[in-house]
Design a protein around this ligand. Structure first.
Ligand code: AMP
Ligand code: MG
Length: 488
């Protein structure tokens, strides 16, 4: 099946397929669906280089052939992964219904990554779906996942989007596309749920051992499985704190969309909050607000409880003891999350030391922002660059006095404080209206210039240039309420 037209060997794929050593119930080896006339829409050169993949000898049309699955990566064993998941609280068997793990690749630093296609055709897990994806949602995932990476939030990455020559039937006919996604792995909480439900304890144990050696090889605890559970909980506490601090709303925190590596995964209906409103929900299918901004930490704890339950058979032979261990581990999540969030807020406000009143001060700030319906991002930018402006709001005066005293009582100068604030309060985020405008131009008008421009701006979110700051202005004409879709 090798295609000699292209010099694919020159890319330097270091192919491996460790996942195929796992019990077969966990995956289905299969060929990618052939795509007629794929064409490259966007390619992430910097990401390719950082993974030691050299595409310099590969033409755009051959990139499209490789990253649509038409040209086989030599020695790779493509497969679709099985998983389950609690979707809005209900357990379902799922799996890569429209994705395919092309290969694992080992970088020169010995890092193992997954190279996955999304939108690449039906698989045994498609459940009647077409296995396809539309151009808009794939570009959206590319844009937002790359913005998240630049914001220093752990995330899957996007290597390319390729357009297929095939329409995707949704409410209307849409252009089809395939995204190439890079991840530390695609092992989800839902993969463990599937393993125990379909494969039993031996499968669960094999998957757990595999995941420990792949993601958490340095566990110190004597009971490796307990250590593993704690590590996953820690990684999620860090991740969710980063989401909350960034005003990021994932939108569909089902257990199948929670990666045990601690990376943000599955950019469907996600979006950044604009006006500070804790109850913000953008997803058109989240009728009850289950995945609202304010609920994200509690939902993560809920998901991790499902994860801990799944691990019970390997935690200890004595199931009573196993339950106690699981409960103890899960109980650490919210306190760990709180520590991370507080530490992030201190940075956002340029505070170097910890004080017991900090939490109350942060809550007061958020209450004022909520009351005044302030833009979440602009408020932190103003605190960073032009704090006096906030005095125009009488509600702010008392808080500002307290804050200034707190800041002047630290050894570090105000300049040092502003520096740290600039390093964590982005001058630009992918605001909904910016994303929509760029995607509309790309999809409706076939004009990618706005998308490219936005991607460039979002590469440097902590550059306080007038260009970044101007582009970051909230929309004055946005459709309210903004709605996002799963993009299936
Ligand atoms: P998501 O909402 O993208 O996390 O998808 C949830 C589940 O539905 C996953 O198992 C997907 O693979 C599957 N899925 C989503 N869209 C499609 C589609 N068009 N065809 C087949 N499966 C799909
Ligand atoms: Mg998903």
């Amino acid at each position: 099946m090798f295609n000699n037209r292209t010099n694919i060997e020159s890319v330097g794929f270091q192919v491996d397929h460790s996942y195929t050593q796992l019990p077969k119930v966990l995956y289905s080896v299969m060929e990618p669906t052939k795509i007629s006339k794929p064409s490259l829409v966007i390619f992430n050169d910097a990401l390719a280089k950082s993974l030691d993949l050299d595409f310099s000898m590969i033409s755009d049309s051959d990139k499209a052939e490789i990253l649509s699955g038409n040209i086989r990566i030599p020695h790779s064993i493509p497969l679709a992964q099985a998983y389950g998941g609690h979707q809005f609280g209900r357990f379902t068997y799922l799996g890569d219904g429209r994705a395919l793990l092309l290969t694992e690749h080992i970088t020169t630093q010995n890092k193992r990554i997954d190279i996955q296609l999304k939108g690449s055709g039906p698989t045994p897990y498609s459940r009647g779906g077409d296995g396809l994806a539309a151009l808009g949602p794939m570009l959206r995932e590319y844009l937002i996942s790359e913005a998240m990476a630049s914001l220093n939030i752990p995330t899957t990455r996007s290597l390319a989007v390729v357009m297929t020559n095939q329409k995707v039937r949704r409410q209307t006919d849409l252009d089809g596309a395939v995204l190439t996604r890079i991840a530390q792995s695609h092992i989800r909480v839902g993969t463990f749920q599937f393993a125990i439900a379909q494969g039993g304890v031996e499968t669960l144990k094999a998957l757990t051992d595999y995941t420990i050696s792949r993601h958490y090889p340095n566990i110190k605890e004597e009971n490796l499985y307990f250590g593993f559970l704690n590590e996953v909980i820690k990684a999620q506490a860090k991740l969710i704190a980063k989401w909350q601090l960034a005003g990021f709303i994932h939108g569909v925190m089902n257990t199948d969309n929670m990666a045990v590596s601690g990376e943000t995964i599955d950019y469907g209906p996600c979006a950044f909050m604009d006006t500070y409103e804790p109850k913000t929900v953008f997803s058109s299918i989240d009728y009850s607000g289950r995945y609202a901004y304010v609920n994200q930490p509690a939902i993560a704890a809920w998901n991790l409880t499902r994860f801990a339950e799944t691990l019970l058979p390997v935690l200890d032979k004595d199931q009573f003891l196993a339950q106690t261990m699981a409960q103890n581990a899960v109980d650490t999540f919210l306190p760990l999350y709180k520590v991370e969030w507080l530490s992030g807020m201190r940075k956002k406000l340029g505070l170097f030391s910890e004080q017991s009143e900090d939490e109350a001060m942060f809550s007061e700030l958020l209450e004022i922002m909520h009351k005044l319906k302030l833009d979440y991002h602009l408020t932190f930018i103003t605190l960073t660059t032009n704090i006096g402006e906030l005095e125009n709001h009488s509600e702010f005066v008392e808080w500002l006095t307290k804050y200034r005293i707190r800041r002047s009582n630290q050894r570090e100068s105000v300049n040092e404080s502003v520096e740290i604030m600039k390093s964590v309060n982005p001058a630009i985020v992918p605001r909904n209206h910016l994303v929509e405008e760029a995607l509309n131009h790309a999809v409706e008008l076939n004009d990618l210039s706005k998308l490219y421009h936005l991607i460039e701006l979002l590469k440097n979110p902590f550059l306080y240039t007038s260009q970044q700051l101007l582009a970051n202005m909230p929309s004055t004409t946005s459709v309210i309420p903004y709605k996002t879709f799963c993009g299936t």
